[in-house]
Design a protein around this ligand. Structure first.
Ligand SMILES: Cc1cc2nc3c(=O)[nH]c(=O)nc-3n(C[C@H](O)[C@H](O)[C@H](O)COP(=O)(O)OP(=O)(O)OC[C@H]3O[C@@H](n4cnc5c(N)ncnc54)[C@H](O)[C@@H]3O)c2cc1C
Length: 434
């Protein structure tokens, strides 16, 4: 019997597998897709998550192959003037960089690491976890349906549900959970090869809280052309939230380009940026209402399955990695046991559920709401609209809530000390002998 089964081989599931392997807990990942492919576009890894990847032996050079260190985060008004900007990563004083990466390439990097360290059998592809049954001995039986037909009931000590926003494990744990929550925003995501602007590694959010374009490079520039892969997200909020036509579908760029037709400045041509993309994916901005617990005895939720959140704070993937590491640390204290899961629930479920709701309120983009409220989005001098102290306090507050306040993170000891191993779980015979 494998002690820990993991549903889902996304960033959360793979971070969990690498962590458990590091601390000596055998585990196996069940991933529903038949073949791992580098799907998705850009995501940000905050310094708290990059730190954990380094501790997992993923190097800076490897991250530079799937992304680049971010240098700046900036909000810009429709007049092209800065509302707020700050340095990011090491430039801001963190001991670890923030990375802007290609989501699919990061997933492939982590998958290769799992296979190198644990063997090809550690990730079973084409295997969908459909449910679980708690066993009288305290363990769990995990139901798996295979893509090539057939199904199995596999006993395990623990099941970690890292199966994303449509999690089957969560659906069983919380059968009365409301449907996915959509607040009326649509994002069109794509990538374009273009010259990076500002610092060369800047995240820029431009517009209002109802309509904006967000863009940032996710590759180093090509030495020959100077062009980098720029991830962009064009976003529009509709008052009538019934206009949603589908979830995550590829759409022609012409279907939404008109929203941004006159978004040109001498330093930026948004229509050209969007049109340079080979494809666009239409994604509604969705999340899930928090649930009161992520744990049901020997079963725990992790990553988006636990806390799918709006991407406004750029912390969904980062939090999935941090979840895995906190879980590993608690297994060092309690072994691979339901007690470790219970401690994980106590540590994370409340604060991260609050973060989900905070991101729903626009996260750090909340500054755009303030600008809209106070001057309709038009201003000459931002200091007259939101004084610098208020802007800085707003951002500091968000970072503290999201776990990436600079001093707190720099001072914190490693989540899992080098060489730490999971506490041994006493066998029933050992327990009886006490
Ligand atoms: C294909 C894809 C593309 C994405 N692209 C972007 C993007 O461009 N930008 C962005 O910000 N975020 C994107 N995301 C979401 C982002 O990856 C997550 O928010 C974040 O990384 C947390 O990851 P996770 O591992 O918890 O969930 P996910 O990344 O959703 O991973 C869940 C994994 O579980 C698998 N799975 C689902 N159900 C089951 C099941 N029942 N049994 C077994 N396996 C199952 C899925 O195939 C997937 O590999 C994408 C997610 C996916 C799946």
């Amino acid at each position: 019997m494998t002690p820990v089964l993991i549903a889902g081989g996304g960033i959360g599931g793979l971070a969990t597998a690498l962590t458990l392997h590091q601390i000596g807990v055998p585990c196996m990942v069940f991933e529903s897709v038949r073949e791992m492919k580098p799907l998705g576009v850009g995501i940000n890894l905050q310094p708290n998550a990059v730190r954990e990847l380094y501790d997992l032996g993923i190097t800076e050079a490897e991250l530079d192959e799937v992304g680049l260190p971010a240098k700046e985060w900036a909000l810009v008004g429709l007049n092209g003037n800065d509302i707020y900007s700050e340095t990011r990563g090491r430039l801001a004083g963190y001991q670890w960089p923030q990375y802007a990466v290609h989501r699919g390439q990061l997933q492939m990097l982590m998958y290769r690491k799992v296979v190198e360290r644990m063997g090809a059998g550690a990730v079973r592809l084409g295997a969908r976890v459909t449910g679980y049954r708690r066993l009288p001995d305290g363990g769990v039986s995990v139901q798996v349906a295979y893509a090539d037909g057939g199904c199995a009931d596999l006993p395990a000590a623990l099941l970690i549900g890292a199966d994303g926003i449509h999690s089957a494990v969560r659906a069983q744990m919380h059968p009365d959970q409301p449907p996915i929550h959509w607040g009326g925003s649509i994002m069109w995501r794509g990538v374009t090869w273009a010259k990076p602007i500002r610092t060369g590694a800047s995240f820029v959010g431009l517009g209002t809280h109802k309509q904006r374009i967000v863009f940032y490079p996710i590759s180093h520039p090509d030495p020959q052309t100077g062009l980098a892969l720029i991830n962009w997200i064009a976003e529009v909020t509709w008052d009538d939230a019934t206009q949603l036509e589908g979830w995550f579908r590829p759409v022609p760029i012409e279907t939404f380009l008109h929203h941004f037709a006159d978004w040109t400045w001498d330093w930026l041509d948004v229509p050209a940026l969007i049109s340079g993309g080979e494809f666009a994916f239409e994604n509604p901005m969705i999340d899930r209402d928090p649930v009161p617990t992520w744990v049901d005895g020997p079963v725990a939720l992790l990553g988006d399955a636990a806390h799918a959140m709006y991407p406004t704070g750029s912390n969904g993937a980062s939090q999935a990695i941090v979840d895995a590491r906190v879980l590993g640390a608690l297994m060092c204290d309690h072994g691979a046991t339901p007690a470790a899961l219970a401690a994980y629930d106590v540590r994370l479920c409340g604060p991260i559920s609050r973060l989900v709701l905070r991101n729903r309120g626009a996260g750090p983009f909340g500054l755009l709401n303030l600008v809209d409220e106070r001057c309709g989005g038009r201003f000459d001098n931002i200091d007259h609209v939101i004084p610098p102290d208020e802007r800085n306090a707003f951002m500091a507050d968000y970072k503290a809530a999201a776990g990436f306040a600079i001093e707190t993170l720099n001072r914190a000891p490693a989540t899992i000390a080098p060489g730490a191993r999971a506490a041994a779980v006493p066998t029933p015979e050992q327990v009886d002998a006490v």
